[in-house]
Ligand binder design. Structure first.
Ligand SMILES: Cc1ncc(COP(=O)(O)O)c(C=O)c1O
Length: 355
């Protein structure tokens, strides 16, 4: 069997959830476990943090899978139902639906359900992706209040720039000015807002990336925040090549040695979820030593610099990302974010749990 594997540290998930809670002691926690728990396994993550007050997922199928696995907490569908016939499933499993559009409101008004459902009204305060325009809020709110298919209402928005210098002030002001008179539960904060803007914590926080031990910020690392990496992607060297000055490595001959050197070949490529755009110089750990990738990442393999690691050979352990090589550093080198790399872990990579 290929030596690649992803190890999920359950203790890190618990630690990171506790850290989110410690930032927002009065808020309940909706652990965001969509996208297969950001690549860590939706049910695995849910089981690792049963103390979460709720879970946020995308589709009804995920919500039903959580109910079938015995989770009794709040389960929020972040985009609500997509078609009217999903409403009966939502009601049957007592899932909670985001309502972000008037189309969804109309579906709810026509629905006949065994039990009414709880909804989160999503307001567009500036992200301009999902959410009701502020001018339509009162009309929709008043209709949802009397809609027979609806029980409780929570008010929600999502920030576009909680992770950047623009912050949340404008969106928060819009949300507050519209909703401050309403004594309904509210939820605004993703990981970045949880960590930097206590004024957004409200009744529910919605941590995603921080649960997995990656940073939402470009200017503050996961370690600086006190997060622990939940996923380690590791493999081994399966070959060593000795290059002479002038020899090149891999497709496109993107790296050429300027002196004799040893190159390790790692059983990990873009078909495992490692980013093909990671250039020469992307950090990697080999036999406990930090080094760099060389040349182009191929489908099943990538190459690493063994200069200064003479003990490295076939079978040496390689960490692609994890406790020693933050996924955020690999992402930065590849021009993306940790979120994308974690979510893109390929199904062919065996996953093992630890702790
Ligand atoms: C509505 C909503 N809330 C919370 C989150 C969690 O965000 P983060 O992973 O940045 O904490 C997401 C993730 O995309 C989201 O879409």
């Amino acid at each position: 069997m290929r030596p690649i594997q992803a190890t999920i540290q359950l203790a890190a998930l618990r630690h990171n959830l506790a850290l989110a809670r410690s930032h927002a002691k009065k808020s309940k926690v909706l652990a965001v476990i969509k996208a297969n728990g950001y690549g860590h396994g939706m049910l695995r993550v849910a089981r690792a943090v049963p103390e979460a007050d709720g879970y946020a997922v995308l589709g009804v199928e995920e919500g039903v899978a959580l109910r079938d696995a015995g989770f009794g907490q709040t389960i929020l569908l972040l985009e609500g139902f997509f078609t009217a016939d999903e409403i009966s499933l939502v009601a049957h499993h007592q899932l909670v639906a985001v309502v972000h559009s008037e189309e969804q409101l109309l579906m709810l008004e026509k629905a006949v359900v065994p039990k009414p459902i709880d909804v989160f009204i999503k307001l567009n305060t500036g992200m301009n992706r999902l959410g009701l325009p502020l001018a339509r809020f009162w009309a929709v709110y008043d209709r949802l209040k009397v809609c027979k298919a609806v029980r409780d209402i929570t008010l929600m928005t999502h920030f576009a720039t909680a992770d950047g210098p623009e912050g949340v002030a404008e969106q928060l002001a819009r949300f507050n000015s519209l909703t401050e008179e309403i004594s309904k539960p509210k939820t605004l904060a993703n990981s970045a807002a949880i960590l930097r803007y206590p004024e957004t914590h409200a009744d529910w926080i919605r941590p995603g990336i921080m649960l997995y031990g990656a940073t939402p910020f470009a200017d503050e690392s996961a370690a600086e925040i006190g997060l622990q990496a939940a996923m380690t992607l590791s493999s081994e060297l399966i070959s060593v090549q000795n290059l002479s000055a002038g020899d090149s490595v891999g497709y496109g001959q993107m790296f050429t040695a300027d002196k004799p050197m040893s190159v390790g070949v790692v059983a990990c490529g873009y078909a495992d979820g490692y980013p093909r755009h990671a250039p020469t110089g992307t950090p990697v750990m080999v036999a406990g030593h930090r080094t760099r990738t060389l040349g182009r990442v191929s489908m099943d393999m990538l190459c690493v610099d063994l200069t200064g690691i003479p003990q490295a050979g076939v079978g040496s352990l390689v960490e692609l990302w994890g406790a020693n090589i933050p996924v955020d550093e690999v992402a930065l080198a590849a021009g993306t974010v940790g979120y994308e790399l974690l979510c893109a872990l390929a199904p062919r990579v065996p996953v093992v749990e630890h702790g």
